[in-house]
Write a protein that binds this ligand. Structure first.
Ligand SMILES: *Cc1c(COP(=O)(O)O)cnc(C)c1O
Length: 461
């Protein structure tokens, strides 16, 4: 494991203090949190009051209490340690408590944590913008700093619609996408998520109705390319934009679309005057083996969303980046600018840590780490292809996916993973991993072996 061991003394001191200091909120540990609540107390209060993602009351399972994290390891309150094979949902690519990210954040706190972005600007935001302009395809020049991935998708959709309006096409308001996608949880991004996965039937009359084409195949198919072409041509007069996740569909099903379809989308959208939006919130910053999927596929969109790994997993931050042309057209339109401006836009803490994270990426260690992890995931997971209950095994960049025939038995699979010292969060019929780039070969071997245990635990009956 990459993280430190031998911290048992800390646990002992802490639990000793837990028992003596219970109930006294005055006593605080180095994290600033009261020691009054034991892990059991936290867990119990959490179960009563705290919403978790897609949560319910009562929850079907109790979340594990994490005490601290370092390197690739999460240290649980009960003293167990698990390798985080999820990078906290694609984000913590450099691992936890990275000295340079910690230092960037400390330095920024000591300078200025936040100021409003209307009428004011600052070095962290400008520096981050410069890095984003340099790291993304050349036509992308204008950067909108958003506070989460979903908000960056909202902004991208508004950009496309405002652009059409400004160009005298107010009837072009709909968005086309392929099935199997995921673009966030606020209402407009939900409207372009996979209709089945996103339970659109439940939201009829609430979500804007968008145009869907079948999910993209992993292999090249001229027939599928024709489906794309004819759908775009038929719908062109209603379409403001097309949004897709290039090269990897993440939370919508962990599928890997063939890059050739991105070229088809590029050609057709250019001809029809439709904005092509790449949602690279999961795929950007090395995960698929290129700085962006757009770079790897050699296709440049009109609008790109990035997020997740942008701050190395430290803070919530995303960005929507577009071309000079779209920015100029929107600015010349009736609204006189882009109609969006969050309170915490360009937050200096988030921008500072993002700059440090992008600097580490620019140094390029990921260019050997990601292909090594790809090979190790392939070697480690491929043998599962013949295991009972396994439908498919696929690997792309630092992403490994085992698809089962049936939904994963969540509790049994999670118990097997944690017993094997690994944290993964399966969903539907997918057990998958996107480990931090700093994961060692031993870490990847441990993850693959834990996945095998989870497959066995999930398919036992
Ligand atoms: C995670 C994700 C989002 C949503 O980002 P949030 O920060 O969770 O709002 C949107 N699109 C893709 C492709 C994602 O992976």
């Amino acid at each position: 494991m990459t993280a430190h061991h031998g911290d048992d003394s800390v646990h002992e001191t802490r639990s000793a203090r837990n028992s003596s200091a219970r109930g006294t909120l005055a006593e605080r540990d180095s994290t600033g949190f009261s020691d009054a609540l034991s892990a059991e107390d936290l867990s119990a209060y959490d179960a009563e009051h705290v919403w978790h993602p897609y949560g319910a009351f009562p929850a079907s399972t109790r979340p594990l209490v994490v005490q601290s994290a370092e390197g690739v390891v999460l240290r649980l309150a009960d003293g167990r340690e698990v390798i985080d094979g999820m990078s906290s949902w694609w984000a913590a690519v450099h691992g936890y408590r990275h000295p340079r990210l910690d230092a960037a954040l400390h330095a920024q706190v000591d300078t200025m944590s936040h100021v409003m972005f209307g009428g004011l600007t600052h070095a962290p935001a400008v520096e981050l913008t410069r890095r984003l302009v340099e790291m993304t395809p050349e036509p992308l020049q204008k950067v909108f700093l958003a506070d989460s991935g979903s908000v960056s998708v909202e902004v991208a959709l508004k950009m496309a619609i405002q652009w059409q309006r400004a160009n005298g096409n107010p009837e072009r308001t709909r968005i086309l996408t392929w099935r199997g996608g995921y673009h966030g949880d606020t209402l407009n991004p939900m409207s372009v998520c996979d209709p089945d996965g996103g339970m659109h039937a439940m939201w009829t009359g609430v979500l804007p109705r968008q145009v869907f084409v079948p999910a993209p195949p992993t292999q090249w198919s001229e027939d599928y390319a024709d489906i794309l072409r004819s759908a775009i041509r038929e719908q062109a007069e209603h379409l403001a934009g097309i949004i897709v996740e290039p090269l990897v569909q993440g939370a919508g099903g962990m599928r890997f679309p063939h890059s050739g379809y991105l070229r088809v989308l590029r050609e057709e959208t250019r001809k029809a005057g439709i904005a092509l939006i790449f949602d690279e919130i999961a795929s950007a910053f090395g995960r698929v083996g290129g700085t962006t999927a757009a770079e790897l596929a050699a296709v440049s969109p009109d609008i790109m969303c990035v997020g997740k790994a942008l701050t190395g997993g430290y803070m919530t931050l995303a960005a929507t980046i577009t071309t000079d042309e779209i920015a100029a057209d929107i600015s010349a339109g009736e609204a006189g600018g882009l109609a969006h401006g969050p309170t915490f836009m360009g937050n200096p803490l988030a921008c500072a840590v993002a700059c440090a994270s992008l600097d580490i990426l620019a140094e390029g260690a990921w260019r050997s780490q990601v292909p090594r992890i790809e090979g190790e995931l392939r070697d480690g997971l491929e043998p599962l292809r013949n295991a009972r209950g396994v439908h498919d095994v696929r690997v792309l960049g630092a992403i490994g996916v085992v698809e089962l025939d049936e939904p994963v038995a969540m509790q049994a699979a999670t118990d097997a993973l944690v017993d094997a010292g690994v944290w993964l969060r399966p969903f539907r019929n997918l057990i998958y991993t996107m480990p931090p780039y700093i994961s060692s070969s031993e870490d990847i071997a441990a993850i693959c072996s834990a996945v095998a245990d989870a497959v066995r635990a999930s398919t036992q009956n």
